[in-house]
Write a protein that binds this ligand. Structure first.
Ligand code: SF4
Length: 474
C-alpha cells in the first residue's frame, strides 16, 4: 500500500508565488524561484510566460522538478513570467486547480497566481454565476479573472482597483498580462510578498513570496509589497496604486512559527532569528531540570537552539532523520506500530536510555504525531519526556489560507493542556505565551493576525463561509 509522506498532523503551507519582469531567461529564473519556495506547496506547480504578444504556459501535478523539464522550460518563451506552487487537500488535487490560472477576454490575456484565501468567495461566485459567468475550477484566482473581465472597459488600473474592492480576505497575488507584471497584497497584509532586483545591470525585477527565492537567483531585496499596495511593473517602470486602508495590519504570525523558510526575512525580520528567540523566551517562561534539550528534526530545530543557549541545558540530536524518505513508501506487510514516524525519525537507544529530555516542537495540531514521537522515546527507555511548544495552543481554524483542521480536530480546542499532556504521554507540557511569541518577533502585536491562538479574526468571513466550501484555498 502506498502511504503519502505528507504529515496530516502538520499545518499545511498553501502556495508560493514568484514572478520575473524583463529578463530573457524569465521562465528559468521563475523555476528556480519556485524551487526555493517548494516548502509552500508540493502538490502542483505552474509557470506562465509572455513574449509581449503571446502567452505560453505549463502546469502539472508534483514537485517543481517533476513538473518542468529543460525542454518544457525552453518552450516557455518570453521576458515576463509568473509561477506558482500549490498545496491542496485530497480530492481538490487535480491539474484544473493548478495555477497560474489564465484566461483571454476581448483579445487580452490575464494570468493570476494567488497565495491566500478569499473569505467572501462563495457570495462572489454566486453573484458572478447569476450574471452568466461559467467557472472551470474552484480557485479564488478564477474569480479574480472574472472580476477583472467585468471591469475591463474601465482600463487596467481602474479594473484592478474595482476587483480588489470586491474581494475580502488574504491575498498575495501576481497578475500578468502580455506586457505587465502586477503584484497585489491585501490591505491586512496576511501573506508575505517581496520585491527584488536582479543583479544583471538591467531593469529586471522579481516578486516572490519569500526572500529565499531572491537569494537563489541572486536578486537583491528591495522592499516588501506594502499591505494594500498594487505594484504595476511595465515598460514605464514601477507604479503603485493603493487600496482603501484596513483597520489594522494583520500579518500571519504563523509564517514565523512554522511556514516560512528560516533563511527568509518575512515582514521585515529574519525567521531563523525569530524562531531562536521563541526558544529563548520559552526558557525564560519555563524552567525544567533535564539532561538535555532536543528537537525532532526539523520541527523546533531553531527554537531548541535558543532554548538551550538561554537555559544552559545542552542541545543534543537524539533522534536521527532519514533524509531519503520519498513522497510515498510501501507500508510493511505486517502492522508495525508507528511505522510512518519511525521510517523518518529514529531515536538513538544507547544515547537516550535513562535520560531526562526536553523536546522542543514548533506546534501541535491534532496531536497524533506527537503521541507517536513520545512513545518512540519511551520505547528506547527515556526516563522523563518534557515537551515545550514554541507557540501558544492552536485553538482556532485559519480562514486566511492555511490548512488547519476544523476547530474540533485541533487538540488544543478539544482538551485542556493537562489533558493534552496525558494524551501525549508526557511528564510535562508547556506552551509559549502569546506575549512571548509576539516579543520574539520584535514588533508589536497590532501588526499580527493571532486568530488561531486567540480567536480574534481580523477579517470576518462571510456567514456561510466554510474554509473548505470551495476547495479554493491557496
Ligand atoms: Fe496565520 Fe493563524 Fe492568522 Fe491563519 S489564523 S493567518 S495561521 S495567524
Amino acid at each position: 500500500m502506498l502511504h503519502c509522506k505528507m504529515n496530516p498532523d502538520r499545518p499545511r503551507e498553501e502556495c508560493g508565488v514568484c514572478g520575473i519582469f524583463d529578463h530573457k531567461d524569465a521562465a528559468k529564473l521563475t523555476y528556480f524561484g519556485l524551487y526555493a519556495l517548494q516548502h509552500r506547496g508540493q502538490e502542483s506547480a505552474g509557470i506562465v510566460t509572455s513574449d509581449g504578444d503571446k502567452i505560453y504556459q505549463h502546469r502539472g501535478m508534483g514537485l517543481v522538478p517533476e513538473v518542468f523539464s529543460e525542454e518544457i522550460l525552453q518552450s516557455l518563451i518570453g521576458n515576463i513570467s509568473i509561477g506558482h506552487v500549490r498545496y491542496s487537500t485530497t480530492g481538490e488535487s487535480n491539474v484544473v486547480n493548478a495555477q497560474p490560472f489564465t484566461a483571454t477576454h476581448l483579445g487580452c490575456t490575464l494570468s493570476v497566481a494567488h497565495n491566500g484565501n478569499l473569505v467572501n468567495i462563495r457570495a462572489l461566485r454566486e453573484e458572478l454565476e447569476k450574471d452568466g459567468s461559467i467557472f472551470q475550477s474552484t480557485m479564488d484566482s478564477e474569480v479574480v479573472i472574472h472580476l477583472m473581465a467585468r471591469h475591463s472597459h474601465l482600463g487596467f488600473d481602474e479594473a484592478i482597483l474595482k476587483t480588489v474592492s470586491k474581494i475580502k480576505g488574504a491575498y498575495s497575488m501576481l497578475l500578468m498580462t502580455e506586457k505587465k507584471l502586477v503584484a497585489v497584497r491585501d490591505p491586512n497584509g496576511f501573506r508575505p510578498l517581496c520585491l527584488g532586483k536582479l543583479n544583471n545591470g538591467s531593469g529586471s525585477y522579481v516578486v516572490a513570496s519569500e526572500t529565499c527565492a531572491l537569494d537563489l537567483i541572486e536578486a537583491a531585496y528591495i522592499r516588501d509589497i506594502e499591505p494594500g499596495e498594487i505594484l504595476i511593473i511595465d515598460e514605464n517602470g514601477l507604479n503603485s496604486l493603493y487600496m482603501e486602508k484596513a483597520e489594522r495590519q494583520s500579518c500571519c504570525i504563523f509564517e514565523h512559527v512554522y511556514f516560512a523558510r528560516p533563511d527568509s526575512d518575512i515582514f521585515g525580520f529574519n525567521v531563523y532569528q525569530s524562531r531562536k528567540r521563541m526558544g529563548e523566551i520559552l526558557a525564560r517562561e519555563c524552567k525544567i531540570d533535564a539532561d538535555f534539550v532536543m528537537p525532532f528534526p526539523d520541527s523546533g530545530n531553531y527554537a531548541a537552539i535558543g532554548y538551550s543557549q538561554a537555559s544552559g541545558i545542552p542541545l543534543e540530536m537524539g533522534v536521527i532523520r532519514n533524509h531519503y524518505v520519498g513522497r510515498t513508501f510501501i507500508q510493511p506487510t505486517q502492522s508495525m506500530r508507528d511505522f510512518s514516524v519511525r521510517v523518518k525519525l529514529n531515536p538513538i537507544r544507547s544515547f537516550l536510555e535513562g535520560k531526562r529530555v526536553i523536546i522542543i516542537e514548533d506546534s501541535i495540531i491534532r496531536g497524533t504525531t506527537g503521541r507517536s514521537r513520545v512513545r518512540s522515546l519511551r520505547d528506547v527507555g527515556v526516563k522523563e519526556v518534557h515537551m515545550m511548544i514554541s507557540c501558544p495552543p492552536t485553538r482556532n481554524p485559519c480562514y486566511y489560507g492555511i490548512d488547519f483542521p476544523s476547530g474540533g480536530e485541533l487538540i488544543a480546542n478539544a482538551k485542556t493542556i493537562d489533558e493534552i499532556r496525558d494524551h501525549l504521554g508526557l511528564d510535562s507540557l508547556h506552551y509559549l505565551s502569546i506575549e512571548g511569541l509576539v516579543e520574539a518577533t520584535g514588533i508589536s502585536a497590532d501588526n499580527f493576525c493571532l486568530a488561531c491562538f486567540n480567536g480574534d479574526y481580523p477579517v470576518a468571513p462571510d456567514k456561510d463561509f466554510h474554509k473548505l466550501a470551495l476547495g479554493s484555498k491557496c
